[in-house]
Each structure stands twice: as structure tokens, then as C-alpha cells.
Design a protein around this ligand. Sequence first.
Ligand code: G3P
Length: 219
Amino acid sequence: MKLFVDTADLNEIREAASLGVISGVTTNPTLLAKTGNGNVKATIQEICQIFPNAPVSMEVISDDAEGMIREGVDFTTWASNIYVKIPFGVEGMKAVSALTAKGIKTNVTLVFSPAQALLAASAGASFISTFVGRLDDIGHDGLTATAEIVELLGNYDFNSEVLAASIRHPLHVVQAAQAGCDIATIPMKVIKQLYKHPLTESGIASFKKDWEAFNTVIV
Ligand code: G3P
């Protein structure tokens, strides 16, 4: 499973790039608004320079297929590694089909059910973003729905990759991998939590303590 970072914050993007384990970036209108930078094109172009050979998702805001297609084609002039993020829906799938025909990569977002995932894959989506956390937030089991999507699409040779999104904690990441997701896009806070284990930290401390005691003897 590939690990992406889910943010538009340039400092977080630079930190994620330095870790050596992150291979892509997803943004959305909320994450871009949080940066407070009104020059969205410049922000996305900067992200694409920090991750030059990795998928970087930029979401359309139009409601109709024509507008989504127009936006998506424009995004591809910003950088060569942009994936056009399209909210699921009738108009969205029309746009995904048209953009796919133009050879433009897409990320279908706000997917919550196997039925939606089947339609997104049929439209030619490159990524299908299933929102685990938001399903959990309303008392549904986000990972079960995601596992069902992975299983359903795995029966056929669709070109779509399942991207676990709306990740709330490290267990979501582990469970997404266990479910066979192709990608998980993770907030920086959760990425940092993935590294932590008390036994690793205490083990390092005791190795250092024992070595310093031993080293003292040698010297
Ligand atoms: O960016 C897509 C998705 O990961 C955002 O999910 O629920 O954290 O807003 P959420």
C-alpha cells in the first residue's frame, strides 16, 4: 500500500517529503482554504515541485460536467503530475469519463459505497477515494465499506486504485492495508503517530544506557 499525505500545508508537505515513506499528496477545498493562501495555483505548483514525480490531487469546484472538465484540463497545465479530483455524482462521472478519454488522471472523491465505487471505476477513475472516517463519524463501519469496495473491484480488471481517505488514526491505516487498499492518504498528525511505540522508545533508551556504561569501562 502506498502512503500519501493529506494536506495543502507547505510546511507539512516538505516534512512529509523528507520522511522517505510518502509517495503522493491529496488536497481538497477545505485543506486549501485552511492554508489561507488565495493563490491556489501557486500552492499546488509548489507541492508538485516538492513531490515532482508523485500524484498530487487538486479538486474541482464546478457542479456540472462541463465546468469540471474545463477546470480539470486547466489544472493539467499547472504541472504534469496533477490528478484531477472529482466529487462523486452523475455530473462527476460524466467528467471522469471525458477526462479519462483525454488521458487525464482522476481521483473520484467522497465515495462511501460499493455501488458508487463501481460507477467510478466504470467511468475510468485512476483513484477512488473512500472516506473511512466520515462513515465512522455517523456510526457506520468505514473499514468494512472500504474492504467491500476492494473486494468488489478486485473481481474485475478495472484500472482504478482504491484510496483510503478520511483517516482518523493509525489503526485506520493498518486496517486499510489489511483490507488490500492500494493507497492511504493520511493527515500529518497521524503519520507522526504511526512511528510511535513505547517499547521501541524504551528499547532505544536502554541500549544507549547499557552502551554508555560499557563504553565507560572500555575508556
Ligand atoms: O482529503 C480527502 C479526505 O481525506 C478528507 O477527509 O474527513 O478528514 O475531511 P476528512
